[in-house]
Design a protein around this ligand. Structure first.
Ligand SMILES: [Zn+2]
Length: 290
């Protein structure tokens, strides 16, 4: 074969391979509310638990004697905001040892791959969301229709209902709360300050995201059963402080204003939690009539 033809064919092959790699990694975030990426001043919630998220997307830092735990990252764009929030509180990003998420949706794990790479932290995920994390959202039963919605992340540990995540003096229990995603979950743990102990629940509220009837969600045959399970399981949790991956779900902005003094009791709200769960139960009851 003529050397020049060979070169140009090789060039075309390399170019094609290269561009297909680029195409495979194209990330499309379907929607970005301005509140999702709006900066918000970080603050101490209770004991060694801190708020480091954006105005709407709840991200939580738990500090321990052996390094820190970060729950949720917000969208890809919030990477810089979270980093800044962590540093503003006097902590270092590189001290994060464990990364967790409430659910494998791009508005909570958009910056997970980059933060994992930067910190070398271990990413642990509810086993039922591990595949969606690895495909960058492409295998999600609903948001998969948008293709890859976040940078894929491989889990270092798979979590199952009731599993304990330990670091230093902290133990978090993971509660499997499927429906919103197949591996949505909540975290339950205790923090202390000089006055009291607080049982904290970071609850993934089971909101419904499909328009079609559950029977038509062929990519998630157990969806109806999973929501029913989660709604029931969530009614039986004992806790003091209630937080969520979305601040509007637990009314952060009614409970706390930037600059407010340390006040854990502002987040003690069993009634608000019950109301929210009742609304979600109603939405589910309506849905299954479809
Ligand atoms: Zn979601």
């Amino acid at each position: 074969m003529n050397k020049n033809i060979f070169r140009s064919i090789a060039g075309i092959i390399i170019f094609t391979l290269f561009s297909s790699v680029i195409t495979a990694q194209k990330i499309t975030e379907p929607k970005l509310d301005s509140d999702w990426i709006k900066p918000y001043p970080p603050f101490r919630i209770a004991g060694n638990l801190y708020y480091v998220g954006t105005y709407e997307l709840g991200c939580y830092l738990i500090t321990t004697s052996k390094g820190n735990i970060l729950i949720n990252t917000g969208t890809a764009a919030s990477e810089a905001l979270i980093k800044k929030n962590i540093e503003t509180l006097g902590f270092r990003l590189r001290d994060i040892k464990i990364l967790l998420t409430s659910q494998a949706h791009y508005d909570h794990v958009g910056a997970m791959a980059n933060i994992k790479k930067e910190t070398g932290a271990k990413f642990m995920v509810d086993a039922a969301d591990a595949d969606v994390m690895q495909t960058g959202g492409k295998s999600d039963y609903e948001l998969g229709k948008y293709g890859v919605t976040f940078k894929p992340v491989k889990a270092g540990r798979l979590l199952y209902n009731g599993d304990t995540i330990s670091l230093g003096n902290m133990q978090l229990v993971m509660l499997h709360h499927p429906g919103h995603t197949k591996g949505s979950c909540s975290f339950l743990f205790t923090v202390y300050d000089s006055v009291a102990a607080y049982r904290v629940l970071i609850a993934n509220m089971p909101t419904i995201i499909v328009d079609k009837s559950f029977a038509d969600v062929t990519a998630y045959p157990n969806i109806s059963r999973d929501y029913a399970y989660t709604l029931q399981a969530m009614k039986n949790i004992q806790f003091d402080i209630w937080l969520c991956p979305h601040t509007s779900q637990f009314n952060l902005h009614e409970k706390h204003k930037p600059g407010d003094a340390y006040n854990p009791s502002a987040f003690i709200d069993q009634e608000g939690y019950n109301d929210e769960l009742n609304d979600l139960q109603k939405a589910y009851d309506e849905k299954i009539k479809q």
